[in-house]
Design a protein around this ligand. Structure first.
Ligand code: ATP
Ligand code: MG
Ligand code: MG
Length: 377
């Protein structure tokens, strides 16, 4: 069997690795030049895009910002999962908010802005702490502006003045005073069967995910059920096939959906060692029509992103239950270079292992790690 993935980054690479034992060959499309490449070496394969589409059993994506012309061609073959509509929901915050509201899924109060002077109305309607997001092409906190006090409005309007808001509107959200950030990663197959992983707790630094802990500590059954119900409503509402990640804010016992990722997700990487079936394997199973695998957690685990650096000691592998996943990319500031998965028998032991990990990695890249480790202990 063969699966063609649009996008040739680390997510396609990890899908490739998950496909090997199943006898599923994963090929990747470099969407910058329409070439078909090997997902690990990134070397061009001896096939045209049209031939690769023809010979694939399923087509999927590793990121939502795939050019629409490519999605249209993929969609016509009826082999694309998730659907083009679901991918576009993840790529466009206006569509995303429309879907959340249409399905009555709680999310932050917001307004769509196509004219810069509407920002004043947003302050009156939503309050004076706002987060302003470009509706397309944002990730890792790029394409966002924070209004924390009213006096900042003129400088933000200035910063936004060169954007064409008619083509790419802004989504302006009320700043949510959340307790913590959680995500639910789950998978739905072609028959409509759903399996979800336990909620993960996500720690961000400068808009970027640094650490996930799964299962998130202190999650009541009621909260997990609430998250699963949100997942079900969204996945069924989109007739979704594949892995879907739902990012949420926890406010007391309430959950507000922040955004959707129509793909395997960084906050699900822990599943490579922390669950019976990784999110990558389950995504492949779903898109080719195989039965879904068990998504329960084996015990507490954590995922630590390695961001913008490659100079750390591989001796961290001395810590038992510690696994390195290296993406083989050239170093760039803020670039996700790899991640470390850590599993343990208890949260206490997980905290100790994360604390031990701090000795091996440069502190400036992992400012939240020590704090998270101490919290778990
Ligand atoms: P990702 O890399 O997850 O795709 P992104 O650039 O698409 O990120 P968001 O997830 O929308 O952006 O926002 C990044 C982070 O900013 C969130 O994880 C959260 O910490 C913070 N944030 C976003 N929206 C809000 C909000 N309405 N209130 C408070 N904080 C917010
Ligand atoms: Mg996003
Ligand atoms: Mg996000």
């Amino acid at each position: 069997m063969r699966v063609l993935v649009y996008g040739a980054g680390q997510l396609a690479q990890m899908m490739y690795l998950a496909g090997c034992p199943l006898g599923i060959e994963v090929q990747a499309v470099d969407v910058g030049n329409d070439t078909v490449v090997h997902p690990v070496s990134k070397r061009p394969l001896d096939t045209s895009l049209a031939q690769a589409i023809e010979s694939a059993d399923a087509l999927t994506v590793e990121f939502e910002h795939v050019p629409e012309r490519l999605l249209e061609d993929a969609s016509k073959t009826e082999k694309l999962s998730p659907s083009m509509n679901a991918i576009l929901v993840g790529a466009d915050r206006v569509r995303e908010k429309r879907l959340l509201d249409a399905l009555n899924v709680p999310n932050a109060a917001h307004q769509v802005v196509t004219y810069i002077d509407e920002l004043e109305d947003c302050v009156s309607a939503l309050g004076d702490k706002l987060i302003i997001k470009a509706s397309r092409d944002g990730y890792d906190g790029y394409g966002q502006w924070r209004l924390l006090e009213e006096g900042q409005l003129p400088e933000i309007k200035q910063a936004l003045s060169n954007l064409d808001l008619n083509t790419v509107p802004l989504v302006v959200e009320q700043m949510v005073n959340f307790d913590r950030e959680l995500s639910l990663v789950g998978v739905r197959d072609k028959d409509g069967d759903i399996k979800v992983y336990p909620l993960a707790e996500n720690l961000h630094h400068q808009g970027q995910l640094h650490v996930s802990v799964a299962p998130a500590p202190h999650v009541t059954d009621a909260l997990q059920k609430k998250a699963e119900e949100i997942f079900r409503v969204l996945a069924e509402g989109m007739n979704y096939v594949g892995v879907l990640a739902v990012e949420m804010f926890q406010c007391g016992e309430e959950l507000l959906v922040n955004e959707l990722a129509p793909r395997v997700h960084n906050s699900g990487h822990w599943s490579m060692s922390g669950s019976d079936t990784s999110q990558f394997e389950n995504h492949l199973r779903a898109v080719v029509g195989l039965p879904l695998g068990d998504t329960s957690a084996r015990g507490p685990s954590a995922m630590v992103n390695i961001i913008g650096c490659s100079s750390f000691s591989r001796d961290l592998l001395k810590i038992s239950g510690c696994h390195l996943h290296w993406y083989g990319k050239t170093v760039r500031e803020k670039r996700k270079m790899g991640h470390i998965n850590v599993t343990a028998d208890s949260y206490q032991a997980l905290g100790e292992k994360l604390e031990a990990l701090c000795q091996y990695v440069p502190n400036e890249y992992f400012p939240k790690l020590g704090k998270e480790a101490r919290k778990l202990k």
